[in-house]
Every structure is written in C-alpha cells, then in structure tokens.
Design a protein around this ligand. Structure first.
Ligand SMILES: Nc1nc2c(ncn2[C@@H]2O[C@H](COP(=O)(O)OP(=O)(O)OP(=O)(O)O)[C@@H](O)[C@H]2O)c(=O)[nH]1
Ligand SMILES: [Mg+2]
Length: 353
C-alpha cells in the first residue's frame, strides 16, 4: 500500500512524514521523501506479549512526502509523477495558529485550503482528460475499435464532471471502467484523507476537530485530526512516558494510530494476524477477503496449496492463552477457502506441498 502526502507549503507535511516513518530529513530542502511507516496495532503487540516471538512484524505503509504540489508542478507533470501509483492521498491541512510559521494563504482556513487544492487536482485531471480525448478522437477516425469507442464515451462523461469542478472520486464508475482508467492515475480519483494539523491548544479535542472545522466527508474521503507538535514529542518517549504524556492531553492513543485507522477505513482494508513462537505478524487485506485470498497475501504457494484455515479471534486467543486451550473450547475453527476473513482474526493456514 502506498500513500502520498500532499498539501500547501509549510502545513506540516514533513513533520507528519517524520512522525509516521521515523525518517529524519534535512530541514529546508525542497525534495520528495520516501519512507515506510509501521502500522501501530495494540492487538499485535499483545499477541507478541503472549508468544514472545523471535520476530514481531507490523504491517507497513509506503509513504511519499511530496515537497511541492503546486499549480506549476501539476501542469508540467512533475507533481503528478511523484504521485504515480499511490493508492491514496493524505492532504495535510493547516489548522494550527503560529505567527512564526508563514501561511501561504494568509490566515488559517482549513476548508478554503481543502477546496483550493481539490480545485488544482480537478484542473490537472481535466487537462489530462482533454489531451486524451483529442488523441482518442483522432485515432478513432483512423480505426474504430470497440475499446476506443468505450474509452471515448468514458472520457466524455468525465469531462463535464470535471468542468463542474467535481473530483472524479464522485463519478460513479463500474469496476471495468475503473480498471480502464487506472493507467491515467487521475489525482482527483484517488481516495483522500484530510489530516487536519491542529495546534497544541486543541490536542485534547481531536475527536471533534474535523467537525468543528466544517469538514464534510464524501465518498472515498476521510478526515482525521492530528497534532504534529504533540506527536513529535511523543516520538521521543518510551511507552509509559508516552501514555502519561497523552493522558495529560486526555488522549487514549497516538495520532499515528488514529491516522492509520482512518486510512485503513478509507481504503477498505483490514488486518489479520499470524502468530507463533517464530513470528507474530499483521497482514493487510481488503475487507471481505476470502481465506484463500488472505493465504495468498502471505505467500502465493499458500493459496495454491490451501487446505484449511484454523481461525480464532485475537481477543479469544489472548484470553485462552494457547491454541490447545482454544481447540478444547471449540473456539479454534476450521474454515474453508471461502470463509470471509474478519478484522483481527488469527489464522493458521494448513496447506499441502
Ligand atoms: N506550532 C506548530 N507548528 C507546527 C506544527 N506542525 C508543523 N509546524 C511547524 O511548521 C513548519 C513547517 O513544517 P513542515 O513539516 O516542514 O511543513 P511542510 O508542509 O513539510 O513544509 P514544506 O515542505 O516547506 O512545504 C515547521 O517549522 C514546523 O515546526 C504544529 O502542529 N504546531
Ligand atoms: Mg516538507
């Protein structure tokens, strides 16, 4: 899974990137940064406490911190290139007040900033669609293939939608049509998570911050508030100190955990676990995945030679402590290929070969 961090200058993109990935970057340099974020998961940590595995492996998300997504970089294509193949966008929106940090638009106004950047994405896509339309219309005159005719019809639907300043996210497309358009990497089509970066004074009211800012969620859109300043301080603390520090703000979990949860919900993915003395590990799969597909996420061979999955809910396993005890109680279930995996399932794949 790959996510692109975008936003206006000086809103806290790199601060967020650093807090998610732990990658320190040279301040002041305007360049894209790439990093891997560990997806925090208390359930996995607890499984780790139970099994004491040699390896504890969290799920990861690839992040790219895009230095400047300006109207120019969108026009010349360099901004789009940085976001190729990202599954989702995180739009960092400034909500903190700090006279020492210049604000490009003058004053703090999250809604306006969201609308402006959305507009830039829509304009960029419109340019792409128009270019492609011209090409397809030309080609169709030479040779009228069914594929071109379909593409033309689709582009002709997209154009007025974009001209009405609507992002492609809100255009209903069939699975087939989505596939057809994927290669174009339209930016306004990607799911987007608004990350409202609030000041320390609001760190205690993160739950309500996005509502108070008037951010409405729409299809393929999510919103979450974080306080980069508080997170940066958290990063330097041990677990106990961190809990105490969060408690002083009335926070139960880190912004990191909140943000990744929101991103998972937005992307329609979830985690299941494998657990043993060797390794406890979280795996990310789409919600609704079948057992055989989950097995394939671990290794293609496991899906090919899949026999059965032994499944138990993570909290039940923690309560009963051992798989033997779980089996005795009948809580360790044997499931077939078509079992729909649930968030938090602990699975052991039985396979042949
Ligand atoms: N007061 C306050 N300052 C913040 C907060 N988050 C970031 N900053 C400051 O804002 C400035 C910009 O932060 P960056 O993380 O570099 O922002 P950016 O979006 O990456 O900036 P560019 O890459 O230059 O566009 C830095 O001086 C940060 O310390 C916050 O929550 N509160
Ligand atoms: Mg930056």
């Amino acid at each position: 899974m790959k996510t692109g961090i975008i936003g206006l200058p000086q809103v806290g993109k790199t601060s967020l990137f650093t807090m998610l990935t732990g990658v320190e970057v040279t301040p002041g340099k305007r360049e894209d940064h790439l990093g891997i974020a560990r997806v925090p998961d208390q359930r996995l940590d607890q499984l780790g406490d139970l099994f004491h595995p040699r390896k504890l492996t969290h799920a990861t998300v690839e992040l790219v911190d895009v230095a400047s997504l300006t109207q120019e970089s969108l026009r010349d294509g360099s901004g789009i290139a940085a976001l190729r193949n990202v599954d989702a966008l995180i739009h960092v929106v400034r909500a903190f007040d700090d006279p020492s940090v210049p604000h490009m638009a003058g004053d703090v106004n999250p809604l306006r900033d969201i609308q402006n950047l959305e507009f830039d994405l829509v304009v960029s896509d419109l340019g792409q669609v128009e270019k492609r339309l011209e090409r397809v219309e030309k080609d169709i005159k030479k040779q009228k293939t069914p594929a071109l005719v379909e593409e033309l019809a689709l582009l002709q639907r997209m154009k007025p939608h974009l001209e009405a300043e609507q992002p492609l996210r809100t255009l209903a497309l069939s699975v087939e049509e989505e596939k057809r358009m994927r290669g174009f990497q339209f930016l306004s089509q990607k799911p987007i998570l608004y990350a409202l970066n609030v000041g320390e004074d609001q760190a205690g009211q993160l739950e309500t911050a996005t509502d108070r800012a008037g951010i409405k969620t729409a299809p393929k859109t999510g919103a979450v508030a974080i306080c980069a300043k508080v997170e940066a301080e958290l990063a330097g603390l041990g677990d106990e100190e961190a809990a105490e520090f969060m408690g002083s703000y009335g926070l139960k979990e880190s912004g990191l955990a909140r943000l990744t949860r929101a991103a998972y919900a937005l992307l329609g993915v979830m985690s299941f676990f494998t657990a043993g003395e060797d390794e406890c590990r979280a795996w990310t799969v789409p919600v609704g995945s079948r057992a055989v597909e989950a097995a394939g996420a671990i290794h293609t061979d496991l899906s090919k030679h899949f026999i059965r999955a032994e499944v138990i809910r993570w909290d039940q396993l923690l309560e009963l402590r051992t798989e033997a005890a779980a089996r005795e109680k009948g809580l360790l279930r044997l499931e077939g290929k078509d079992y729909i995996v649930q968030d938090g399932d602990v699975m052991h794949i039985r396979h042949s070969g």
